[in-house]
Design a protein around this ligand. Sequence first.
Ligand code: AMP
Length: 208
Amino acid sequence: MKLVFLGPPGAGKGTQAKIISEKFRIPHISTGDIFRENLKNSTHLGKKASEYMSKGLLVPDEVTNAMVEDRLKKKDCIKGYILDGYPRTINQAEFLDSIVKLDKVINFELNEDVIIKRISGRRTCKSCGTPYNILHNKPKTEGICDKCKGPLIQRDDEKPDVVKKRLLIYKDQTEPLINYYKNQKILVDVDAYPTIESVTGVVEKILE
Ligand code: AMP
């Protein structure tokens, strides 16, 4: 099962990818998470990516494609995987087509006002990375992680100005992928507005 979860930032594709990856026992590969992990470990890749990430810009295709190609060669990818946040440009999609044959692309749809509200509400534990949302997934104590008591922070790229820039880039560079995969007849649209559980239900039905 080789899947791509497509959609604007804030549509919940990461959350869904995590749940579906556990249910179907296939790895969840998020390019954003890999870049952030590299940044945390101060690798060369992490430093390079952070110049773009902090401004809400896309990391160059050559860097991202090479990183994904490496990841997909790992043993755990044999049975399939969920790509989350990749591809994000036509160049990346063409590169991906040149190395694998995808089974399905799930396109999570959500309107822009809701996206901005959702992303601006996100908080992440600085210590363990657990995600929260002050709108619908609050911690028990404000500003403090339920799991490890670490401080909750707002990522630079989740601040309103950067979110707007990311949305513009999404429209310009990533949205054309909807037609790209429609033409390949592997795209399925999913309304990302309902609760996490009901969206998961819809995605599971599609994959069964
Ligand atoms: P995400 O967590 O998926 O929103 O990704 C966070 C940031 O990582 C993005 O805003 C980009 O700067 C970078 N990034 C993640 N995936 C890609 C990709 N496929 N191509 C280019 N840049 C990416």
